[in-house]
Design a protein around this ligand. Structure first.
Ligand code: ADP
Length: 253
């Protein structure tokens, strides 16, 4: 044991650390600077929303943070692991072990039932789902009486809850969500956001979510605002009102 308050060796306080990350898509005259010198720590057990106008670099930020894309310069840590220099195989393994993903498109397999979809990533990783945890995750997303349904038999909100359960079942340290409520009506969006909030509050997992929606972002602990590939503002304790005002002033600037 170290002194009181010290972090145990090997466990940094950040779930994700970006240091001087820039990303250029394309080359020459067609080059687009999607991220410019972005440095930020996303703390363990925090819920971070990433906002900004279309084309400001939100998806690139998420993809670089999650090891789905490689920065042109700078470094990304997922927990204690630095991603640059890892082979594609190692990156894929790290993502499988540490990260869960929820996208606007639910990406469910239509031939598998709910349970089959939720456990697919584990099975692909050659692992078995812990039965108690699986039951708890399915229960938490409210799908216990739907486990043998196919995606086509579910509403959009239910399908997104399947995608969320699939992201959570391997107990990832970080859940990366790209517009997870973009295709949902407001009531089902509320369900999904409440679940993401619970993931942070009850199991101390970390959530990073890209969104356009001030209501969705208000579930986060902090909102990062991107403009033209840079973090231009960091809003702690966000409310719908403060987020909306910040967005309006960004549009004016
Ligand atoms: P956002 O998610 O905020 O809409 P993106 O990260 O998708 O922003 O894109 C940031 C900038 O990078 C945009 O100008 C976009 O056109 C460009 N971009 C994103 N991905 C690619 C790519 N694969 N090839 C070329 N340009 C890209």
């Amino acid at each position: 044991m170290g002194p009181p308050g010290a972090e145990p060796a090997g466990k940094p306080p950040w779930a994700v650390r970006l240091s001087g990350v820039s990303k250029v898509h394309g080359q020459g005259t067609g080059a687009v600077h999607a991220l410019r010198d972005v440095s930020i720590d996303l703390p363990v057990g925090g819920f971070t929303a990433v906002m900004g106008p279309s084309g400001s670099g939100k998806s690139t930020f998420l993809h670089c943070a999650a090891g789905l894309d490689t920065p042109s310069s700078g470094t990304v840590h997922l927990g204690d692991v630095e991603l640059s220099g890892l082979s594609e195989d190692k990156l894929a393994e790290l993502r499988r072990e540490r990260a869960g993903f929820v996208f606007q498109a639910f990406n469910l397999l239509s031939s598998l039932d709910v349970l089959g979809n939720i456990t697919l990533p584990l099975r692909l990783a050659g692992k078995r789902a812990d039965a108690d945890w699986l039951r708890e995750v399915v229960d938490r997303v409210g799908l216990t009486d739907r486990v043998d349904h196919r995606p086509a038999q579910l509403s959009g909100g239910q399908q997104q809850r399947v995608a969320l359960a699939r992201a959570l079942v391997a107990r990832p340290e970080v859940v990366f969500a790209d517009e997870p409520t973009g295709a949902l009506d407001s009531r089902t969006a509320t369900d999904v956001l409440t679940l993401l909030r619970r993931v942070v509050d009850q199991t101390h997992q970390t959530v990073v979510m890209v969104t356009h929606d001030p209501v969705a972002a208000s579930y986060a602990d902090v909102v990062l605002f991107l403009v033209d590939g840079r973090i231009v503002d960091i809003l702690p304790h966000p409310t719908v009102d403060t987020i909306t005002r910040r967005m309006a002033s960004a549009e004016e600037s």
